[in-house]
Design a binder for this molecule. Structure first.
Ligand code: ATP
Ligand code: MG
Length: 433
């Protein structure tokens, strides 16, 4: 079972309105196991609409059209459909009466132009519009040789009206045709490796003809694994999804930090709260408080975050955190000894269980041959073994990274890498990247 979605409107092809109807329809069709063959968009032109319908009917079981059934001369979808089907448009008495009543109730005479909204191709069925004046159309296209059959639904372009009509009068037909097929999805998130390295580890799980299908997407340094299970009923799909998710977890191990809506800050917050209630402080230079922001994005963050430091200048690193000026002069502000001292001292000053410090060259200026733009040092200070409450002395792990991209990207990756370091520390495992 498959479908093509056709959106009609000059504003769509001109890029003035984003075609949200197609995205919404795709999501709802996928949920009932209907494959989407294509999204098509044409302007308010009868010829282009006819062409798009003709191109689609031979390729899909269902053609879902939205837009172009208003009362104005630029609304030509019904005319195009009638032309393709070689039938005339006929008035639908029920909708004509509905329209007259609509205008009567408002004490207005129905404009002549509105009458077109009650016209549908001969042999088609009118779909009641519970939110507007444009009736929808349910038609079945058959090629002259009877070889091609395609069910066509025409819905309004106004998103609210389209959604209501789709859910009430279109989706049930598609669900019935699919015999209860369904697609369930899950997304697993990783941070630390690039997309191709993740794909390499997933290996045959990513084969194109596999069900559940496994694919990757990347956004903000987070490589996500999308799993879509296509089965005949939800319990079977859920089982298939669980099995494939487990196979992905076996292939990627600790790299996976969460699923679906879970973010790195969510996961770190959870690990900070359980099994022990731990507190964390931050000492940031190039990220300017971004790490603190991410940690406090989570409701209830006061349980683990009390105080942080943004020490942007060298002087503030000395004055607020007590990083010796000689150390900064000797190694540079972006160096492992400096972030080590920042983390150590921040932990002591904030009386926190953990401290993370970041100092880097976010650019675009300030790079040097030895420390190019993107060089970022991150340190994590924690209690020394057997002395969990002693903040005067810390165990510190410091690392230097080289992040690609512009200033925004470097700052973003730095804060996320700091969260990743925290996550591995809280799990009691070594970082694998
Ligand atoms: P009718 O809704 O009466 O059938 P129409 O859909 O062509 O006709 P328009 O006046 O062209 O009506 O569009 C109504 C509103 O819906 C506009 O704001 C338009 O931008 C929006 N719209 C139309 N199609 C889409 C779409 N595919 N995605 C998002 N918005 C859309
Ligand atoms: Mg329109």
């Amino acid at each position: 079972m498959n479908a093509i979605i056709l959106s009609i409107g000059d504003e769509l092809v001109l890029g003035q309105t984003v075609d949200t109807n197609s995205a919404w329809l795709s999501q709802h069709l996928a949920a009932v196991g209907c494959d989407i063959k294509a999204h098509m968009t044409v302007g308010d032109s009868q010829r282009d609409t006819e062409q798009a319908i003709l191109e689609s009917v031979g390729r899909c079981d269902f053609l879902l059209i939205s837009g172009g059934i208003g009362p104005t001369p630029d609304d030509l979808t019904r005319q195009a459909l009638a032309a393709v089907m070689h039938v005339p448009l006929e008035p639908n008495e029920r909708w004509m009466a509905q329209l007259s009543e609509f205008f009567e109730k408002r004490g207005r005479k129905m404009p002549e132009g509105n009458k077109i909204q009650a016209m549908i191709p001969r042999g088609a069925t009118m779909i009641f519009n519970h939110a507007g004046t444009a009736a929808g159309i349910d038609a079945t296209y058959q090629s002259p040789d009877q070889k091609t059959v395609c069910r066509i639904f025409v819905m309004p372009g106004v998103p609210k009206e389209m959604k209501l009509m789709f859910e009430r009068d279109v989706l049930p037909h598609i669900t019935a045709a699919g015999g209860g097929a369904c697609i369930l999805s899950r997304t697993l998130h990783t941070f630390g490796l690039g997309e191709s390295a993740v794909a390499e580890r997933l290996g045959p799980l990513m084969k194109r003809d596999r069900n559940p299908a496994v694919g990757t997407t990347v956004s903000g340094g987070v490589v996500s694994i999308r799993i879509n299970a296509r089965e005949c009923d939800p319990p079977t799909a859920r089982r298939a999804l669980d099995e494939t998710a487990a196979a992905c977890e076996a292939a990627l191990g600790d790299l996976i930090y969460g699923a679906d809506d879970e973010t790195l800050p969510h996961v770190v917050a959870r690990l900070l709260k359980e099994p022990k209630a731990l507190t964390v402080t931050t000492a940031e230079s190039c990220t300017g408080g971004l790490l603190a922001k991410l940690l406090t994005d989570i409701p209830g963050s006061s349980a683990y975050y009390k105080l942080g430091f943004v020490t942007y200048s060298n002087q503030s690193k000395y004055e607020r955190l007590g990083v010796p000026t000689e150390m900064i002069n000797l190694y540079g502000a972006v160096s492992e000894p400096v972030v080590d001292a920042m983390a150590r001292n921040a932990r002591r000053l904030a009386k926190a269980d953990l401290a993370v410090a970041i100092s880097g060259v976010a650019g675009p200026d300030g790079g040097s041959p030895t420390k190019p733009v993107g060089t970022v040092c991150i340190a994590l200070a924690s209690a020394i073994p057997d002395e969990p409450k002693n903040v005067a002395t810390s165990a510190v792990a410091a690392r230097t990274f080289n992040f690609p991209g512009d200033r925004e990207m470097i700052r973003d990756r730095s804060a996320k890498m700091a969260l990743a370091m925290l996550r591995y520390h809280l799990m009691g495992k070594p970082m694998t990247f």
